[in-house]
Ligand binder design. Structure first.
Ligand SMILES: O=C(O)CCC(=O)C(=O)O
Ligand SMILES: [Fe+2]
Length: 323
């Protein structure tokens, strides 16, 4: 059982974050996910090629260069094609997403859940706010035609509490972030503002690259830059201010961000499906079937495709500080 020490927990409480080195075994825990995504990338290449959007499937390239090439040739990062969450607007009956078995096994990874239990207790709910992020190098990746900025660029300073609905404000939602490949300052690793979790929820504004805390609310000295290797895992509170650096390397920056909260506490995103990842009290309530998990997301997509877009966060564009 992966043990988080008293010292590590004290660091988390004090600083608002903790990096645990080598918690996951790269070959055992991460490579199956990479293999699964090789298949996803291959399907995307076939689709794009058959639609005439790319001249070849580039099947001879390894994963990273192949993704970069597909993005550049087709002018899109295809982020939704890989993600195991749905978009917040414009869901259609054919909106793609990837909720495959290797991803599901990762959400239920024993080492991960053993560690999560140290932060939120043994009754663990998989919160549906979760993403895979495959960020191509900014100078090679497609740009947003309106802003001229990278479609999947650096993540601006924010608190995860800012992206959920107020229903989740009192919940203990733990963010779990880890790279599939080494994350470095050059390729856009995360940065956090130590001790920023104590000041409550700050105002967020909608920016071209997502919800961001405007500069005037960032009483910060410097962020702590967090290079992480394959196998390392970052834990953060929902009020820890964090963001990522831009990807100025030649390679893809690839990460998962997952969230967990104690069973019974609101997720802050009730429109999307979570599940019981681990319950010692009621083991039979655990979701263990990867296909059932896929079905939860598919049913959600099919339902939301018929409905008006719900609200996913509390910030309106009219707020004066955001103008
Ligand atoms: O991976 C990133 O660039 C941003 C991740 C993030 O904001 C999160 O995990 O909450
Ligand atoms: Fe975040």
């Amino acid at each position: 059982m992966a043990a988080i020490s008293e010292n590590q927990l004290a660091h988390f409480e004090e600083e608002g974050y903790l990096v645990v080195r080598g918690l996951l075994d790269p070959e055992e825990d991460l490579d199956p996910v990479i293999r699964e995504y090789e298949g996803v990338l291959d399907s995307l290449a076939q689709e794009l090629c058959s639609q005439g959007r790319i001249p070849s499937t580039f099947a001879d390239l390894p994963f990273g260069p192949r993704l970069i090439r597909l993005c550049a040739e087709s002018g899109s990062t295809h982020a939704q094609y890989f993600d195991f969450s749905l978009p917040q607007k414009g869901i259609r009956p054919d909106t793609p997403f990837w909720a495959g078995p290797a991803v599901f096994q990762t959400l239920r990874n024993e080492k991960l859940l053993d560690a999560v239990a140290f932060f939120i207790g043994p009754e663990i709910y998989s919160n549906p706010i979760q993403h895979v992020r495959l960020k191509p190098p900014e100078h090679l990746g497609p740009k947003d035609p309106q802003t001229g900025q990278a479609q999947l660029g650096s993540t601006p300073w924010h608190q995860d509490n800012g992206v959920l609905l107020p229903t989740g404000d009192q919940s203990r939602i733990l963010t779990v972030w880890f790279p599939l490949w080494d994350a470095t300052p050059e390729n856009g690793c995360l940065q956090v503002i130590p001790r920023s979790h104590r000041q409550g929820l700050l105002t967020h504004c909608r920016r071209w690259n997502g919800l961001a805390i405007p500069d005037q609310f960032l009483h910060r000295v410097e962020g702590a830059v967090l290079p992480m290797q394959r196998g390392d895992v970052l834990f953060m509170t929902q009020r820890t201010i964090h963001g990522s650096l831009p990807n100025h390397s030649e390679e893809v920056r690839w990460s998962f961000d997952l969230r967990y909260n104690p069973i019974g506490q609101p997720t802050g995103r009730e429109q999307f499906p979570g599940f019981v990842a681990r319950s010692r009290k009621d083991p039979a309530s655990e979701l263990r079937d990867p296909f059932a998990w896929y079905q939860l997301w598919k049913e959600t997509r099919d339902r939301l495709a018929r409905e008006a877009d719900p609200a996913y966060n509390r910030w309106g564009a009219e707020d004066k500080v955001c103008a």
